[in-house]
Design a protein around this ligand. Structure first.
Ligand SMILES: C[S@@+](CC[C@H](N)C(=O)[O-])C[C@H]1O[C@@H](n2cnc3c(N)ncnc32)[C@H](O)[C@@H]1O
Length: 116
């Protein structure tokens, strides 16, 4: 994991300023289909995590982890490029507004395919 995550700085105040867009939320819900277990990579504060699914969030920035609401899904501090999960551990993998920050997009996407 990179030592300094950009969202340690630009993530300050994220929870108060970035709330889910319901049109995007609806598309995600449709895209997830009948998935029951989901890994949400680059999860940030937890936008777009469906409450009635088993979601494990992945987020590298401590600033973002600190802003996750107390009742949000469980979260692992990690990066997309090295997901700490078994092959096929999840039904689906989700990544919203995050891939442009990854150090290696191909590796991150390959990791998402591996675990879901
Ligand atoms: C714009 S925020 C999006 C957060 C959330 N998905 C949302 O839709 O509100 C981008 C997130 O990607 C995270 N991120 C940056 N590099 C990452 C990486 N290599 N692997 C996983 N997440 C990363 C940032 O720390 C930040 O929380």
């Amino acid at each position: 994991m990179r030592m300094k995550q950009v969202y340690e700085d630009i993530g300050v105040g994220y929870l108060g300023s970035r709330s889910p867009d319901q049109r995007i939320a609806r598309s995600i819900m449709l895209g997830l289909g009948d998935a029951r277990t989901v890994v949400n990579v680059g999860a940030g504060t937890g936008n777009y995590e469906l409450v009635d699914l088993r979601v494990v969030a992945v987020e590298p920035a401590l600033e973002m982890l600190a802003q996750r609401p107390p009742n949000s899904h469980s979260v692992v501090r990690a990066v997309a490029e090295a997901l700490p999960f078994r092959d096929d551990e999840f039904d689906a993998a989700l990544a919203v507004l995050t891939v442009h920050h990854w150090s290696n997009l191909a590796v991150g996407l390959s990791e998402m395919r591996r675990v879901a």
